[in-house]
Design a protein around this ligand. Structure first.
Ligand code: SF4
Length: 320
């Protein structure tokens, strides 16, 4: 915490002259395995919080269950470590009653794409203004190496020792197929500049920002992402003035690049499902779509007073 902030807290409470450094957002010591990609993502998120100067008392991280869902414990913001698959509805409720908060949702691939899949689809459609991060390691790590919805075909796990039997879900392609989708991006945990730039673009978007982060799990999937790390040409960097912005020195390490206008849904879907190099960057963005939080904030038939009046009327009907 900076001296300015400490002074403010001790003498006169929260004041807007506080200046936050990355360390000011650090919570408990992270217990993820050494080399786990979640450490890099946590660092990227702390960098984002400091860059955007988000106030810890007005920032909320909501998670479900899984290795990545320990995220809220490792930050000094508010947090809600929820139940499996329910991070998105919890976060939606929080944002609807507290639209002044910056709300982030952290999910694993099992959490989001399996037990939470129904909530995932409807959260995209509701387009509430918050950031949803899918930390995708393609495995259930917390329950010790079980097949997840994004595990590759043939991947040997404890639940499928002879190899996963079904084609995996493609989270980006699926999200792009949902009505009212407004922001979809993909990044990787091992490229901090691209990770940060993607997180920043997601936070600045007005609507539900969905970001898939390819995440290393060295404990159960050692080496799976090594080819992508050692040979960036296996990634396809999507570029565009309206997309994710990188410095030239970072951008030039990607030999495969393609300009992609993020307002072009058809090409976004092609890139998301394409064979070969894995596309990273911003697939799609539309800031003009309906947001459910705007309707509830306006109180259209759902204001607090209307709900209380309706409840009282219902209870009165039982009076003897
Ligand atoms: Fe990270 Fe995998 Fe360890 Fe879980 S099991 S903490 S995902 S390395």
């Amino acid at each position: 915490m900076s001296e300015t902030m400490a002074c403010s807290l001790l003498s006169c409470g929260y004041e807007d002259d506080r200046v936050f450094e990355m360390d000011d957002y650090a919570g408990a010591i992270a217990r993820w395995c050494p080399g786990c990609g979640d450490h890099a993502i946590l660092a990227g998120v702390e960098r984002l919080l400091a860059a955007e100067q988000l106030k810890p008392e007005r920032t909320m991280f909501v998670s479900g269950i899984g290795c990545s869902s320990r995220f809220p414990h490792y930050l000094t913001t508010y947090g809600f470590h929820g139940i499996h698959g329910r991070a998105l509805p919890l976060a939606t409720g929080i944002k609807l009653v507290r639209p002044d908060l910056d709300v982030f949702v952290v999910m694993g691939d099992g959490d989001c794409c399996s037990i939470g899949a129904g909530h995932w689809i409807h959260a995209i459609r509701y387009n509430v203004n918050m950031v949803a991060l899918l930390l995708d390691n393609n495995i259930y790590g917390l329950t010790k190496n079980q097949t997840s919805p994004t595990s590759a075909l043939g991947r040997k796990t404890n639940t499928h020792p002879r190899g996963a039997l079904l084609q995996p879900v493609n989270p980006v392609q699926t999200t792009l197929g949902v009505a009212n989708v407004s922001f979809v991006a993909r990044t990787v945990d091992w490229n901090p500049p691209h990770l940060f730039a993607t997180l920043q673009a997601a936070h600045r978007h007005q609507g539900l920002s969905f970001v898939q982060i390819l995440q290393r799990c060295p404990h159960y999937k050692a080496g799976v992402h090594d080819p992508l790390q050692s040979d960036p040409s296996q990634l396809l960097l999507m570029t565009h003035p309206e997309g994710i912005q990188l410095e030239d020195s970072i951008q030039k390490i990607f030999k495969n690049q393609q300009e992609h206008d993020p307002s072009d849904m058809d090409t976004a879907r092609e890139l998301a499902g394409g064979e070969g190099a894995i596309a990273i960057g911003l697939f799609y963005r539309d800031q003009l779509l309906d947001r459910y939080d705007q309707y509830t904030a306006a109180g259209i038939a759902t204001s607090r007073d209307e709900k209380i009046a309706a409840l009282n009327a219902e209870l009165s009907s039982y009076q003897i």
